[in-house]
Design a protein around this ligand. Sequence first.
Ligand code: AMP
Ligand code: GLY
Length: 423
Amino acid sequence: MNILIVGAGGREHTFAYKLAQSKECEKLFVAPGNAGTANIATNVNIGVTDFDKIKELVLSEAIKMVVVGPEVPLVEGIYDYFKNDSELKEVAVIGPSAEAAQLEGSKEYAKEFLVRHNIPTAAYQSFTPETVSEGQTFLETLKAPYVLKADGLAAGKGVLIIDNLEEAKKELAEMLTNSKFGEASNKVVIEEFLDGIELSVFVLTDGKNYITLPTAKDYKRIGEGDTGLNTGGMGAISPVPFADDAFMNKIETQVVKPTVEGIIKDNLDYKGFIFIGLIKVDGEPKVIEYNVRMGDPETEAVLPRVNNDLLDMFKHVANQTLDKVVLDLDPRTAVTVMTVAGGYPEAYEKGDEITGIDNVEGSIVFQAGTTHKNGKIVTNGGRVLTVTSFGDNFKEALAVSYKNVKKINFKGINYRTDLGFDL
Ligand code: AMP
Ligand code: GLY
């Protein structure tokens, strides 16, 4: 089978790494891919929302499966584009429809879904430019800190957590009337603050059946001890040690099962990954957010632990026979340590040579913001590459990753040395 992966990050490199191991995988393409995917697949220089160009490629290369990495093409309707096209409708698309992708594309849509299906989540209300003053009055009824969320996609930056009431009122007005996050903040969800420890659960569904994949914890802030600006993710650990069997049972019955049943009840066309961001409050799971894709860098720690043939799993997703798949997991812990360009998540340089990848021993390097230039591998993004290792526990696994990270170099290389500090 010929397969196309849409995306360019470490998540997509991991998909390529797993799919390339399948006996049934013939030609593997990545659009647009990076220097890492170029080693195991054919990169095609097509943007992730250029559906017409993707169609041309799919037809000319007889591609039968499209695996969508990032959220933007899903929210923009890549699934529906395929299903509504007579030449493409038999192609398996791994990812939800545009309607279902609103679970990530609109915070309000997600909150309404959670409430409708009795899934535990923070209390909330949403506001528009016409109701700014009602929003400010609502803030007065809450206790600090105040959680303000831009309704739409904001590349992970649309959530503000503010200690001071007056500042929260000002930011609400900025979001709604001054488009602080562009169109994404034309609507704002104000939420009750939840105090607890976060983890993420990943689910693969065919729209009828589902498999719960391993948990992971990611480290979003740039600085040690979870300080400084938010990033796309500086590393991940899977499984999460505090998610014991009793807590996982609660997650399964209170969150995962009702989520998939809600998708079925609401008639949502959903064949793909569900990423559920959770917070453990007084021993109980509460949903913070849905994403309609795998996490990055969580994928780089979660998927290497899945021994199953990923292509076989995706075929069962497409055929709605996921109930035939028995998950085969590596019991060890996997961690991934992200290296980023100097300055990231603010301004950073691109085009700096990366050395030392070939010296890595006992870890897997998944590349993210990399490309080839004059026969060399160079940086091409803020998050550059991530180093995944296994161990009997997260400390052992981290020791292997950190040993190997030291062998890699590029100008301004930065990474967090404290992953797992909170566990
Ligand atoms: P989100 O984009 O909804 O995942 O929010 C980004 C981050 O903000 C989350 O990973 C949490 O750390 C934090 N956050 C979101 N909602 C809440 C909440 N209701 N209470 C506490 N922290 C939250
Ligand atoms: N690492 C967080 C995300 O993929 O959204």
